[in-house]
Write a protein that binds this ligand. Structure first.
Ligand SMILES: OC[C@H]1NNC[C@@H](O)[C@@H]1O
Ligand SMILES: [Ca+2]
Length: 434
């Protein structure tokens, strides 16, 4: 038997734009993802978050599924585009349902849905937006702080910065290396200012969630890409400095003011880690570089050999273990929370209304075991959240990639429990694995 520490936080995660729908309801204003998804060619088959899983209306049914799973916690995001509108009351209703079900709410303030009006004013390329974010954080705390257990400022600032502003594959669809580094800095400034605002308002538990990946392959390119993906955020946030090698690299692209490190380096109570897969690089003089890793000419980003998920991501649970052990050794003193881990696979509904997602069960089983192995090596891991509770809007892939423990039939909005739902329910009940 593999048993987790008493009180280990077993959860599942979602995000507002990916599940809520009701895009125009009760005063919600457009976000950059409304603009982006409604721009032809940006999202596969023109899918948008207009309806998604209709969670805005079906939240009680979805909380009942969480209760059936026995979830200890639920990670969701608050839509900034609903802040200050009648629709913000949705979060009161959701929180009341969660607390009624004995589920601990973990709320992310920003999961990529920047109000378009702020984007029109410069978005993350404008320092001003960081201050607007802190005001929103304080306002959200005022409304919901009595019921939210842990506040997460940002989800995956690397994606917002480098996919949103480096390759432009995500909203707001900018393709400019200087913009990517500038956005990364302003996002971290926003985090720091928001933490200060949340603490001032009385917040007890504050965090940030980073998508982190071990970089495998040739040592030199791996070190650089580790800097561009991981250390560029970990060091300012947890040590209050930009790593020298990263600083020298980004100065090739931007002279944006970077002396906000004291503000950025706010003590946090837990670091959220989203892990899916490592990255693989090798030296290749012919390689043109990757727009999401600016300045990587001469570095090839190679596909993993071995099993992959429906996203083409390598299945590598050992890298979760090594990542958690590294974090606990190189950034000691900050408890860890796996705020996302999961996989997309081709799911089919069988005649008996079941989804036999054996590959997802195998993926989750292996990664839960890896998490336990990291704890055995001293990692202070407090919890594990599956991405995702429900199949949902997978950004530029639209609804074509299913990560859920629960299958969503988008025609009827019917929810169908996958085998992984039952598997996870048993893991939670046993607080471990056989
Ligand atoms: O790609 C799967 C997930 N990754 N982290 C952020 C989420 O919004 C994604 O759906
Ligand atoms: Ca502005």
């Amino acid at each position: 038997m593999i048993i987790f520490p008493e009180g280990f936080l077993w959860g599942a995660a979602t995000a507002a734009y990916q599940i809520e729908g009701a895009a125009r309801e009760d005063g919600r204003v457009p976000s950059i993802w409304d603009t982006f998804s409604h721009t032809p060619g940006k999202v596969r088959d023109g899918h948008t978050g207009d309806v998604a899983c209709d969670h805005y209306h079906r939240y009680a049914e979805d909380v009942a599924l969480m209760r059936e799973l026995g979830l200890r916690a639920y990670r969701f995001s608050i839509a900034w585009p609903r802040f200050g509108t009648p629709g913000f009351g949705f979060y009161d209703r959701l929180l009341d349902e969660l607390l009624e079900a004995g589920i601990t709410p973990v709320a992310t303030l920003y999961h990529w849905d920047l109000p378009q009006s702020l984007q029109d004013g410069g978005g993350w390329l404008d320092r001003d937006t960081a201050y607007r974010f802190a005001e929103y954080a304080a306002g959200a705390y005022e409304r919901l702080g009595d019921r939210v257990a842990t506040w997460t400022t940002l989800n995956e600032p690397w994606v917002s910065a480098f996919v949103g502003h480096g390759s432009g594959r995500h909203a707001p669809g900018v393709g400019d290396p200087a913009a990517a580094f500038t956005a990364a800095h302003h996002l971290m400034l926003a985090h720091g200012l928001a933490v200060q605002a949340l603490r001032a308002a009385g917040a007890g538990s504050v965090s940030i969630t980073l998508n982190l990946a071990p970089i495998l392959g040739d040592e030199e390119p791996a070190r650089l890409v580790d800097g561009l993906c991981n250390r560029i955020f970990l060091d300012p946030l947890l040590r209050g400095v930009y790593p020298e090698d990263v600083l020298a690299h980004l100065r090739r692209f931007t002279d944006v003011k970077l002396d906000d490190l004291e503000t950025i380096h706010q003590p946090i109570d837990v670091l959220g880690v989203n892990y899916y897969s490592p990255k693989h690089v090798r030296t290749d003089p012919e390689a043109p570089g990757h727009p999401e890793h600016p300045g990587t000419e001469g570095i090839a980003f190679v596909d993993p050999d071995g099993p992959v998920t429906a996203m083409g991501w390598g299945i590598n649970p050992e890298c979760l273990e090594s990542l958690l052990v590294r974090l606990s050794r190189e950034y000691p003193g900050t408890p860890l929370l796996i705020t996302e881990n999961g996989a997309a696979f081709e799911d089919t509904v069988t005649g008996d209304d079941r989804v036999h997602d054996t590959d997802r069960v195998a993926f989750l089983d292996a990664h839960v075991r890896a998490a336990h192995a990291a704890i055995a090596q001293g990692a202070d891991l407090r919890g594990y959240f599956v991405w995702s509770l429900l199949d949902n809007f997978e950004w530029a892939h639209g609804y074509h990639k299913r990560f859920g423990l629960v299958y969503v039939d988008y025609e009827t909005q019917r929810r169908i429990r996958k085998d992984s739902f039952h598997w996870y329910r048993d893991v939670i009940a046993a607080n471990g694995l056989r």
